[in-house]
Design a protein around this ligand. Structure first.
Ligand SMILES: Cc1cc2nc3c(=O)[nH]c(=O)nc-3n(C[C@H](O)[C@H](O)[C@H](O)COP(=O)(O)OP(=O)(O)OC[C@H]3O[C@@H](n4cnc5c(N)ncnc54)[C@H](O)[C@@H]3O)c2cc1C
Length: 563
């Protein structure tokens, strides 16, 4: 009897002891929410910049992007890096990179939704804006695969420089579906396009390229050449064709190089190895050797940079969208977390110091988005001279500024979440690892600043257009007026401009962002932007909004509601 009672008590105690704790004070994952519905700034920008017609479509896309299964695809695509095989088991050279199925699924959704095509197939008011909004949401799910989506999209203006090639290729580039098969492009109705400019001895300075092009018959635009040389960075190497820079006797020229020859044999474009990247890992980047790869000249001989720069300009625009999107996802995660997490007896999002940090991060994101969507509208209206000049200058300025503001933004958002933000099963490490990439590729920071100066030098009207646009907010805020006046004054003397270029470009970006927010933005955000970015006296880190701003209103606006 006593034995029975003893064992009964022990069982009870064990059960009691094994229940160590209840999990509390942990936010639910941010999933099953609509990325469009829950993003007030995005919806406002879409309507303001002329894409209100796309509202319903964006709403549907936003629901897909916030679905738990979609979010999981982003994690899966990054969990296993692409794998490269040089040869098959019989010894044939295959140059095949395989990706996780989730990568292909995301590519499929991107292309089915025209992220690579819609402004070209349905141009007109709001086309770039609507596409930018979709890309903004898509990139929040997974940024790495957006690289080939962007390159395919951006290739069109360059390929159109060679109408005979464009007739053959454009219909397949613009087809709204995805064919991942490793088969000749002639067997496909949809293709993707990459770019190969960078070589070991020079990335920014592509004129140092040593890859040579030898005509197989006639020389000149549209003619066939064989390319011999190497490329040091080629992303998405399973694209069906690439725009490649190579030297002819006349100089650096642009070529379209498919992975297969017309007879169905493999073009001798051999991948040497994949890059071991810190970020952008779901997507492969490679080192390649060209051993007589057949390619066709695009555009004028010796004017390869001029031809491919059309593509580069569009990829730079997408870098702005991608980095703004990274900021939005960081802000959504941080504000969601702080809303559902308490410390020292109060919700984090109600505590003054955290409010300052969160609101500051939100302001940065809204400023980036407003700027990006304004450039999208300029791209939609390239027949208007003001918009053309504006897009020319606002693209390098914005690419430089927005991409460069992102890494510290990603890190601060991660810190808002605390230790869990460092864990690989959250999206925060991925946002952080992705954050420097846009700043470096497609022309690194200094190169964007130099391009800004080049544009002003070659076409001084670009600067007039930029300042005319920014000045539309003049008279609405004293701090803005003073900031703009001082900046314009500094442009009066461009001596030593290269040395001062970062300072000038930083301030151009701030002036345009301030102008857009004052004219069209939320009034609390515009006020805090002017107080923290246009007025001297702030510190350098996020969380430096001065007293008198309204962080609670800013946070409420940006925090997604789930469930
Ligand atoms: C993940 C990834 C994927 C990539 N994919 C591709 C691809 O698909 N195709 C492709 O062609 N390339 C690709 N690149 C290459 C990329 O475009 C180059 O790395 C970039 O253009 C810089 O070139 P670089 O690495 O040779 O650096 P460099 O040109 O040596 O530049 C080094 C630094 O010097 C600065 N600099 C250069 N010139 C000046 C100057 N005159 N004054 C002041 N500063 C200057 C630059 O801003 C940079 O900060 C990729 C890069 C990365 C990281």
């Amino acid at each position: 009897m006593s034995n029975t009672r003893h064992s009964y008590q022990r069982d009870n105690d064990t059960r009691y002891l094994s229940a160590t704790h209840e999990v509390t004070n942990q936010p639910a994952p941010l999933e099953n929410y609509n990325l469009y519905q829950q993003d007030i700034a995005l919806r406002e920008a879409v309507r303001r910049e002329g894409a209100g017609f796309a509202d319903q479509d964006l709403d549907r896309f936003g629901a897909w992007a916030g679905d738990a299964r979609t979010i999981e695809l982003g994690h899966q695509a990054n969990a296993s890096k692409p794998v490269f095989r040089t040869h098959d088991r019989y010894g044939h050279r295959i140059d095949e990179v395989s990706f996780h199925p989730a990568y292909h699924e995301l590519m499929g959704v991107a292309l089915e939704n025209g992220l690579h095509s819609s402004p070209w197939t349905n141009p007109g008011a709001g086309a770039q804006v609507a596409r930018a909004a979709r890309y903004y949401m898509h990139s929040q799910v997974e940024a790495a695969h957006c690289c080939p989506v962007t390159m395919t999209f951006a290739a069109i203006p360059s390929i159109q420089k060679q109408p005979d090639l464009a007739r053959l290729w454009a219909p397949k580039i613009l087809a709204n579906h995805y064919d991942s098969r490793n088969v000749p492009h002639s067997d496909k109705t949809a293709v993707t396009i990459g770019m190969a400019m960078t070589e070991k001895q020079g990335g920014s300075d592509v004129r140092a390229n040593t890859t040579r092009a030898y005509a197989t018959g006639h020389e000149g635009p549209g003619q066939a050449y064989e390319l011999v040389g190497h490329k040091w960075f080629v992303s998405a190497p399973m694209c069906d064709a690439f725009l490649v820079l190579a030297q002819t006797q006349t100089g650096l020229s642009c070529f379209l190089m498919p992975r297969w020859r017309p007879d169905g044999s493999k073009n001798p474009w051999q991948i040497q190895q994949l890059k071991n990247k810190m970020g952008n890992v779901a997507n492969a980047s490679s080192e390649v050797e060209l051993r007589g790869a057949l390619a066709w000249m695009v555009g004028e001989e010796g004017r390869g940079v001029r031809t491919i720069i059309e593509m580069v300009a569009m990829t730079r625009f997408d870098c702005m969208i991608g980095s703004s999107a990274g900021m939005r996802q960081a802000v959504a995660q941080a504000s969601h977390h702080c809303r559902h997490r308490s410390a020292f007896g109060a919700r984090l999002s109600d505590q003054p110091l955290m409010q300052n940090v969160l609101a500051d991060l939100i302001i940065e994101n809204e400023a980036a988005l407003a700027y990006t969507m304004r450039v999208a509208r300029a791209l939609d209206n390239q027949n208007d001279e003001h918009q053309r000049l504006l897009a020319r200058l606002a693209t390098p300025v914005g690419k430089y500024w927005i991409c460069k503001r992102t890494p510290n933004h990603a890190y601060e958002a991660m810190e808002c979440i605390g230790g869990s933000g460092v864990m690989e099963d959250s999206i925060m490490p991925r946002l952080f690892r992705e954050s420097p990439v846009n700043a470096i590729w497609e022309g690194s920071g200094n190169v964007q600043c130099l391009d800004t100066l080049r544009a002003i030098h070659k076409e001084p009207d670009t600067l007039d257009a930029f300042f005319t646009e920014a000045a539309e907010a003049r008279g609405t805020d004293r701090r803005f007026d003073q900031f703009l006046k001082a900046l314009q004054h500094d442009f009066a003397d461009l001596s030593n401009a290269q040395y001062r270029a970062r300072n000038l470009v930083d301030r151009m970006a701030l002036a345009m962002q301030g102008s857009l927010l004052l004219r069209f933005g939320d009034k609390h955000i515009a006020d805090a932007f002017c107080a923290s970015r246009l007025q001297a006296g702030g510190g350098l880190n996020y969380g430096n909004l001065p007293s008198g701003t309204n962080p609670a209103a800013i946070i409420k606006r940006a925090t997604p509601e789930v469930g």
